[in-house]
Ligand binder design. Structure first.
Ligand code: GUN
Length: 281
């Protein structure tokens, strides 16, 4: 039976550390602030944005949620970002994705000042991660790395396999695992002989958005299993990309869904907002 990686517990630990640091910054006259923009009324996005605001409040970071109607034009959104780029009291700017179809997400992300891009989505900030001199760390991949670190799971020299090549998770996580000297393979929908690769992995990360895709026969005995997937099943329950009940007996460590990687993403966003306030002081 694997050790269950408790993302809620680690998240609380890290948030307490952030809270202490925020208090120290406030004593120096620095008040970290995060602006979160949401366009339209996607219910899932509304929940995420509310949770981000609440998390800020808990650690003493000021947050401002800017809710714009679905009809907002790209130009109007860009001018809102220009305004926030100028504001000294807002250190981080996050535009919740997805945006309505008439707005070009890339143009919007690249309008955010690179020093305020706490999602770490801009070309420059992604590039800095790739070359190993990051300004910010991409939130979900950084959450995965933090879980590995806090459970003393060594990455150096290990075969790491990432399922999924998204710009938000798979690709940046490749850079972070490589920076820790892992031997990293990124698999995707066109990968051949997938099980042969996953069965060779000491650390297997699933980030493909397919419920229970990773089955026990795809996993090496004693592997570390990190499940980034969050899928809603027909019965309304959440499940990951890993068939947890079957894999838990084979793995040495495993993240549950919910309560594994999920809580870490917002925590790393808070950390980036803290970093932003420090670099802008
Ligand atoms: N939508 C889903 N995940 C994310 C995220 O990490 N950041 C933003 N801005 N939007 C998202």
């Amino acid at each position: 039976m694997a050790i269950i990686i408790d993302g809620k517990k680690v998240s609380t630990e890290v948030r307490n550390e952030i809270k202490e640091e925020v208090e120290c910054l406030k004593a120096e006259g620095i008040n970290p602030g995060l602006a979160v923009i949401i366009v339209g009324d996607n219910p899932a996005s509304q929940v995420y944005v509310r949770n981000k605001g609440r998390a800020c409040e808990e650690v003493g970071i000021k947050s401002e949620i800017i809710a714009l109607p679905a009809e907002t034009t790209e130009e109007e959104l860009l001018s809102k970002i220009d305004e926030l780029n100028e504001r000294k009291d807002m250190n981080g700017i996050l535009v919740q994705l997805p945006l309505p179809k008439h707005i070009n997400e890339k143009s919007v992300i690249d309008r955010i000042s690179v020093e305020k891009d706490v999602d770490c989505f801009s070309n420059e900030n992604v590039g800095k991660v790739v070359i190993g001199s990051p300004r910010f760390l991409p939130c979900t991949p950084a959450g995965v790395m933090e879980l590995l670190k806090r459970y003393n799971i060594e990455v150096a020299g290990k075969n790491c396999c990432i399922l999924g090549r998204s710009n938000i998770v798979g690709k940046p996580l490749f850079s972070l695992l490589l920076a820790e000297n892992g031997t990293v393979t990124v698999c995707h929908s066109k990968t051949e002989n997938l099980s042969e690769i996953t069965k060779n992995a000491d650390i297997l990360v699933a980030a493909i958005g397919k419920p229970k895709f990773v089955t026990a026969d795809m996993v090496k005995d004693g592997a570390v299993i990190i499940d980034v997937g969050i899928n809603r099943m027909e019965n309304g329950k959440l499940c990951g990309d890993v068939d947890y009940d079957a894999v838990v007996d084979k793995a040495s460590y495993i993240t549950p869904v919910p309560g594994g990687c999920g809580p870490m993403t917002i925590t790393m966003l808070l950390k980036n907002t803290l970093t932003a306030s420090k670099i802008q002081k």
